[in-house]
Design a protein around this ligand. Sequence first.
Ligand code: OGA
Ligand code: MN
Length: 232
Amino acid sequence: MGYYPKNQCLLAIEHFIFLQGIPMAETDSLIQNDNETETAFDLIAKALEIKGYIVLADGLPIKLGEALHRRILSFSGEFKRAGIGRGQALTQDDSIRTDCLRWLRPDNLAETGYLAWMEQLRLALNRRLFLGLFDYESHFAVYEAGGCYRKHLDAFQGETNRVLSTVYYLNPHWLPSHCGELLIHAPTGGTLLQSVAPAFGTMAIFLSALFPHEVAVTRRKRYSIAGWFRGR
Ligand code: OGA
Ligand code: MN
């Protein structure tokens, strides 16, 4: 699916890249431009409007996905244990989540390309829906074999900051026997809506406050980028 159409995207990306001080031409090679993008954004917006979530088999341009894959494999020692809760209430608990994180920064091509793509998606969704998406935060995540993340909501209670969640997967050759699926549950009643294999290129997008979800125990090392569009 969708990459950038030349005319629609260039201004915003140019602006974004200018802000980050990275030459346009370099990021351009990761963010292809073609006519499918607006159709893809339409599809995403429609799905969010109708059912509140969508799972895409090819969530990013392939070159960008490959660059992010190289990037995540290049880290050594950058990942930090994820906590639960916020501020003073932040704790670590292996029985709830086991992932290690490294927040994205626009200081290299792959990460800048990813953030530029998400900025495009943010603008596209704001044009089509009334979500009022204001900014985007994201981190690389790694779960070692045996890891999981118990059922949770991404929007903290009493806060409306996280509006829309995204997860992009970076695992080539993922097999059903590796497990580690993202399980998306119905807002009420606990029905399983979709089981998502964390296969390379797959992207899940869902309303943060609405869908309880979990990462089933993984049998293999599992890489992803989780992110959140925030409201004001
Ligand atoms: C999260 C999360 C899901 C996944 O990081 O909040 O729910 O599939 N991740 O990695
Ligand atoms: Mn989550």
